[in-house]
Design a protein around this ligand. Structure first.
Ligand code: SAM
Length: 260
């Protein structure tokens, strides 16, 4: 018996074994042996993860029917099958206090929330390999100057190298999704200190991209009316033209303004 696909859980099951193997083989950090898979469904990736005897695989799945299926088909996983919501999972407590890798064919409806959780736990998660909606994959992996460069690109690229690995067509899923898919890899860039207030950096980036057509001098006015007086070339640009390093510089400039 297979699992009945539930749309509200973003269930589109991958049916192509070669693609599943390619996704699992895209994990590169050889020092990471503990792996957490998000949303295993019927275990198409899990199967390949379990073939690698160096891995200690954990899975988290929200769908009870899938969890029952996984217990029946992968008894060796035993209590490493966690039934629950990844977004609510305490990673350090339930998975490990040591770094581990994340993998998954993500439920597309919550992919951004998953990345924000990854960011919060970035010290624990040095590598992520996942399949997601192609547009989101392109966004995450694009740099300044690209039309799709946005909030998530800047936040993730502050701490990760992001790579677009390959595209995946709709017809290898059951049921096929309405959108195209792609696989990306995030690996830590080793940054420990951002070089500015993290809280303010998040605020500045968000505010800047909320009005992405505007020059930064105008879109960031709410931080301080004195922003007009800052003699920064950066402020004459639009957010999509700024690299992570330039956003850090901008955040420092704004911090000086609002603390004096
Ligand atoms: N890995 C399977 C595959 O490739 O065929 C299923 C992928 S399907 C796109 C996404 C999976 O994530 C589903 O099995 C769904 O039940 C599960 N899921 C959805 N929301 C979740 C959440 N918040 N936490 C954990 N799993 C979730």
């Amino acid at each position: 018996m297979s699992v009945r696909a539930k749309k509200f859980l973003g269930q589109h099951f991958l049916t192509d074994q070669n693609i599943a193997r390619d996704i699992v083989e895209s994990l590169v950090a050889t020092n990471l042996t503990r792996i957490l898979e998000i949303g295993p469904g019927m275990g198409v990736l899990t199967n390949f993860l379990l073939e690698n005897k160096n891995y200690e695989t954990y899975v988290i799945e929200i769908d009870h029917e899938s969890v029952v299926y996984l217990h029946n088909h992968f008894p060796q996983l035993k209590d490493r099958i966690i039934e629950g919501d990844f977004l609510k999972l305490d990673l350090a407590e339930k998975i490990s206090q040591q770094p581990f890798a994340l993998i998954g064919n993500l439920p597309y409806n919550i992919s951004s929330q998953i990345f924000f959780k990854v960011l919060e736990n970035r010290e624990l998660v040095p590598e992520v390999v996942c399949m997601l909606q192609k547009e989101v994959a392109q966004r995450i992996c694009s740099g300044p100057g690209s039309k799709v460069y946005g909030i998530l690109s800047v936040f993730l690229q502050a701490w990760y190298n992001t790579e677009y690995l390959f595209s995946v067509p709709e017809y290898v899923f059951d049921p096929p999704p309405k959108v195209q898919s792609a696989v990306v890899r995030l690996t830590t860039n080793g940054r420990t200190e951002l070089g500015c207030s993290e809280k303010l950096f998040f605020k500045v980036v968000k505010q800047a991209f909320n009005q992405r057509r505007k020059m930064l001098r105008n879109s960031l006015k709410s931080f301080s009316p004195q922003i007009e007086e800052l003699d920064a070339v950066l402020l004459t640009r639009r957010p999509e033209q700024l690299s992570v390093t330039e956003f850090i510089e901008l955040t420092n400039n704004i911090e000086i303004l609002i603390t004096h």
